[in-house]
Design a protein around this ligand. Structure first.
Ligand code: HEC
Ligand code: HEC
Ligand code: HEC
Ligand code: HEC
Ligand code: HEC
Ligand code: HEC
Ligand code: HEC
Ligand code: HEC
Ligand code: HEC
Ligand code: HEC
Length: 466
């Protein structure tokens, strides 16, 4: 009896193993779900592109050098001065080479291992937070003001970051000492695309000359049905006023052999001929990063952040916020976001003073640019060099560009309206962020006080030298 049941179990085991083998080989060959071969889940920064193993691993899983080259291919622009305080050159300098023996800072993976969720912090860091000690254990001797500070506070208390310290350098702090919490001129710069159209050389001027169009100009083929709603939305929009006919989105000229067909639902590629930078930036952030890898569009269903139930199956493209054919920027800046985002911070926004200001602006009760929408912070209006001669204010469509570390938001957003000290304190206050800045910061960061003392010492010294 015992013998035959053993045989029976062995048989079941063999069948199970065979099924598993077939399943994994099939997955490997057909490439359906390569994530089965991952040693562990990816970080919040990369989970969206998990299927695209080759984005990091290229053609081998254990070649560390290849992985680091991939990191640099995607993130290299930011790993240079002045955006990075610890760029490569700092360590290829022979005077600092000894520090690499303690911790290999030339290798991204030293601090950013993947597939290990149990040791990964929110920013993608996989070292203990006090790792600065490896290279700065002499800081108390160099800077007496730092004497009793713990190493786990260097980067966690709003004083320093490992990479980007552009809003925290002593010189920058000194330049902005003693500013009031609210600046007198609290206004965001104006968007400029429309005004500079004539000067943008890459714009398809010859195909779509800039001039107002009417309903009679509509160039859709006859066999395509449209509605009055569509035609009128288009007529009211900036597109018709600046000469962008139906064909500019629906019939991109492919090539002579392939007369262009009517595309029923144009995607982001249809916008690129006129809005190249918006498309490029969009594909660098979490909203568009899957498209950059040739994967299907991101959907709230795949998200790790809380999303609304209604949006789960919605594809994230330009249309998610802009909706053809109105292209209304007001609803894109708040309502569209709240159609998907459902976390405490997002939901708290409508109770904030910033939202009151936004509503005043929309009611024409205050100047354009005085309101603060979700987009004012997450898709700021930044200056961008179109060419050597021309720069323009444009909307940053990568909503991750100023998110980590969050002090990046100071330069691109807050200091248009607030003093630096107030901004630093606000962004260091996790509780205040959760309540979407409804209230005053309840903590105070010392860096400004230290900078003030430094500055005074310097002034006194130059005085006594005279
Ligand atoms: C965002 C970049 C990234 C993506 C995407 C990615 N990996 Fe990795 N992977 C890494 C890093 C970084 C390591 C860690 C290497 C180390 O620990 O030194 C690693 C390690 C591994 C290892 C262990 C290799 C070894 O030598 O120990 C395997 C196996 C692996 N990955 C499989 C996958 C598979 C399968 C996918 C796709 C489904 C994938 N990875 C997607 C970055 C990535
Ligand atoms: C194919 C391009 C690509 C590759 C390769 C890649 N990343 Fe990323 N990474 C992204 C994108 C896109 C994001 C999400 C947007 C953002 O945070 O900027 C991201 C996010 C991150 C974050 C998290 C930031 C946050 O918001 O939490 C870190 C840290 C990071 N990457 C480091 C690395 C390291 C280290 C490597 C190499 C192992 C690497 N990346 C490889 C594109 C890439
Ligand atoms: C010695 C540790 C260390 C090394 C080495 C390191 N990082 Fe980081 N990285 C951090 C820390 C800490 C953070 C958290 C934010 C901060 O302090 O700037 C971070 C954050 C990031 C972020 C998100 C924030 C941002 O500024 O964009 C990216 C992307 C990133 N690292 C990419 C890289 C890449 C690419 C490399 C390799 C060239 C690398 N890191 C090497 C420690 C390190
Ligand atoms: C692998 C070694 C290494 C690690 C780890 C390291 N640093 Fe540094 N850091 C340096 C070197 C080298 C310099 C330049 C020489 C100096 O000031 O000692 C420097 C300079 C700095 C500066 C001055 C920047 C400037 O451009 O003036 C700050 C601030 C700083 N580090 C903060 C940190 C913080 C915070 C951490 C931990 C999150 C950290 N460092 C981790 C090596 C390191
Ligand atoms: C700036 C780009 C743009 C212009 C200009 C434009 N469209 Fe569209 N149109 C779109 C996009 C994007 C969609 C797909 C919307 C979606 O996915 O829901 C679309 C969808 C449509 C649809 C299908 C609607 C449906 O719900 O199935 C019709 C019909 C249409 N457009 C007609 C026109 C006509 C007629 C014109 C000119 C009067 C025009 N479009 C001008 C971008 C444009
Ligand atoms: C043929 C060129 C062209 C194409 C293709 C095009 N646009 Fe535009 N777009 C323009 C011009 C010109 C303006 C400026 C209109 C104005 O003066 O208000 C504009 C303005 C906009 C605005 C701002 C609206 C406003 O009221 O200021 C949005 C949003 C926009 N486009 C989105 C898109 C999207 C999404 C697509 C792709 C589906 C697209 N555009 C395709 C030329 C184009
Ligand atoms: C997450 C929502 C969102 C997505 C997705 C999005 N946009 Fe926008 N877009 C906005 C908001 C909000 C504004 C206006 C911001 C402002 O007024 O400061 C805007 C502004 C614009 C403008 C006007 C820019 C200017 O300088 O006048 C253009 C053009 C535009 N978007 C094109 C696109 C294109 C093309 C895509 C797809 C690649 C896209 N948008 C995807 C929210 C979005
Ligand atoms: C169609 C749904 C949708 C719309 C509309 C939308 N988002 Fe998102 N958003 C997402 C998804 C999905 C993610 C990725 C979340 C993840 O990977 O966990 C995301 C990511 C983000 C992130 C990065 C969060 C992080 O931790 O890295 C920010 C910031 C953000 N969205 C802000 C906005 C803002 C501001 C708007 C409006 C201007 C907006 N979103 C509109 C779905 C949407
Ligand atoms: C005054 C600026 C400001 C406004 C307005 C604002 N945010 Fe944020 N948002 C931030 C900051 C700062 C962070 C936190 C970054 C950090 O430290 O993790 C953040 C984080 C987020 C995140 C990532 C949350 C997470 O847990 O990783 C999302 C998503 C987001 N915001 C969406 C929105 C939406 C949607 C709105 C409007 C309804 C909005 N935000 C309004 C500044 C702002
Ligand atoms: C376009 C201007 C503008 C921008 C940009 C802006 N704010 Fe504000 N903010 C204001 C104004 C005006 C008030 C209201 C002051 C008052 O009524 O007391 C305010 C109020 C606040 C408050 C206090 C709210 C309360 O309930 O008392 C905080 C905290 C705050 N902002 C933080 C920030 C941070 C952090 C940023 C950058 C991420 C930022 N703000 C960006 C204009 C702005």
């Amino acid at each position: 009896m015992a013998k035959s049941s053993n045989k029976y179990f062995l048989f079941i085991w063999l069948i199970l193993i065979a099924i598993l083998l077939i399943y994994f080989t099939n997955a490997l060959i057909s490439g359906d779900d390569k994530t089965l071969f991952m040693p562990g889940a990816l970080t919040d920064g990369h989970h969206q592109i998990g299927m695209a193993c080759e984005a990091c691993h290229q053609n081998s899983f254990d070649n560390r050098e290849q992985i680091v080259n991939s990191c640099i291919k995607c993130h290299g622009d930011e790993r240079k001065k002045p955006f990075d305080s610890h760029p490569k050159q700092k360590f290829t300098d022979p005077r600092n080479a000894d520090r690499l023996q303690k911790i290999d800072a030339l290798n991204c993976i030293t601090c950013h291992v993947e597939h290990q969720p149990d040791i990964t912090k929110k920013t993608g860091l996989t070292q203990p937070v006090d790792f600065c000690v490896h290279c700065h254990d002499d800081i108390a001797d160099k800077r007496p003001s730092h004497k009793n500070m713990a190493f786990d506070s260097c980067a966690s208390a709003g004083c320093h970051n490992y990479h980007n310290n552009r809003s925290l350098y002593t010189d920058f702090l000194i330049k902005h000492l003693d500013e009031p919490s609210n600046l007198e001129k609290a206004i965001l710069p104006k968007r400029e695309f429309s005004a500079l159209l004539d000067e943008i050389v890459t714009y398809p001027h010859s195909q779509y000359p800039v001039k107002p169009l009417t309903l009679d100009d509509i160039d859709k083929p006859e066999n395509i049905a449209s509605t009055d709603n569509i035609n009128n939305d288009w007529l009211q929009s900036g597109h018709s006023k600046k000469g962008c006919n139906c064909s500019s989105c629906h019939q991109q000229k492919s090539n002579d052999k392939n007369p262009s067909l009517w595309i029923t639902k144009p995607d982001h590629n249809a916008c690129a001929s006129c809005h190249e930078m918006e498309v490029k930036h969009f594909k660098r952030g979490k909203h568009g990063m899957r498209l950059e890898q040739g994967l299907s569009a991101m959907m709230p269903e795949m998200a790790r952040l809380p999303m609304t139930a209604n949006s789960l199956n919605e594809e994230l493209t330009c249309n998610s916020c802009h909706r053809a054919h109105k292209y209304d920027l007001v609803s894109a800046a708040v309502d569209a976001c709240l159609g998907c985002h459902n976390d405490r911070h997002s939901l708290a926004y409508k109770k904030s003073k910033h939202f009151d200001l936004w509503q005043l602006e929309q009611a024409d009760a205050s100047k354009q640019g005085t309101g603060v929408s979700c987009a004012s912070c997450h898709m700021p209006r930044i200056s961008y060099d179109v060419s050597e001669w021309l720069s323009r204010i444009m909307v940053q469509h990568n909503q991750n560009a100023n998110l980590v570390p969050n002090e990046k938001m100071i330069r691109s957003v807050c200091i248009e309206c607030h003093g630096l000290e107030f901004s630093i304190d606000s962004l260091a206050d996790k509780n205040l962020i959760e309540h979407n800045f409804n209230g005053k910061p309840s903590i105070h960061i010392q860096s400004m006080d230290l900078a003030r003392k430094d500055h005074q010492r310097h002034l006194e010294k130059t005085k006594s030298d005279e």
